[in-house]
Design a protein around this ligand. Structure first.
Ligand code: SF4
Length: 198
């Protein structure tokens, strides 16, 4: 068996995980065939709303998370060498017994599959960084302040690892991925003009 240290993994971000889950081609267009990505109104609007909520959040108590104590860390960068992953969490609540990632979402509707993956990726890195469990976190909808408590264990951790693996296979092979089964995703997609088959 070789004692040689493993080469560092290609660094991926939590945004890559979320986007790959939405459509693998978005990550392909980020790394394999980079394109200039236009900033859409929705992206700018979402950002300013996130900034507003972060300012509001600083004045709120932890009551709506049903937590008694905790220090809030905003826009906190996390990194994991073993996962080859990094990302900036919207908020972390650092309590004596655990750390809770919080993600703010701008869109209407409930908690999506890719929000859960994203939250779990932050939980994995936060757990390692702060040496305390991160078994669940919260998704906060910006439009009305609705908060969901979301599990970040079990199948969600497996899905994060599997997604990272699938992204790396795509990058290694440089194979252009198939479009998503739900073609409704393509309607508003800023990459649509680069996908000739949708
Ligand atoms: S247009 Fe459709 S297939 Fe192309 S990147 Fe967007 S979601 Fe994916």
């Amino acid at each position: 068996m070789s004692d040689q240290p493993k080469p560092p993994r290609f660094p991926l971000t939590v945004t890559d995980i979320r986007q790959f889950d939405y459509c693998p081609r978005v990550v392909y267009f980020t790394y394999v065939q980079p394109l200039e990505r236009p900033i859409t109104y929705k992206m700018e609007h979402g950002l300013s709303a996130e900034q507003r909520i972060a300012a509001l959040e600083r004045r709120r108590t932890l009551h709506r998370y049903h937590l008694q104590h905790g220090e809030r860390l905003f826009d906190h960068w996390l990194r994991s060498e073993p996962l080859g992953l990094a990302g900036r969490a919207d908020m972390l609540i650092l309590a004596p017994e655990a750390v809770y990632p919080v993600e703010f979402k701008y869109s209407d509707g409930g908690v999506s599959h890719n929000h859960r993956l994203q939250l779990t990726a932050y939980a994995l890195m936060a757990e390692n960084h702060f040496s305390r469990p991160a078994h669940y976190g919260f998704i906060c909808r910006l439009t009305d302040g609705q908060v969901w408590r979301v599990s970040t264990t079990g199948q969600w951790r497996e899905k994060v690892h599997l997604t990272l693996q699938r992204i790396r296979v795509m990058l290694d092979t440089e194979r252009f991925p198939a479009p998503p089964k739900r073609r409704g995703k393509c309607v508003d997609c800023e990459y649509r003009r680069f996908c000739g088959d949708v």
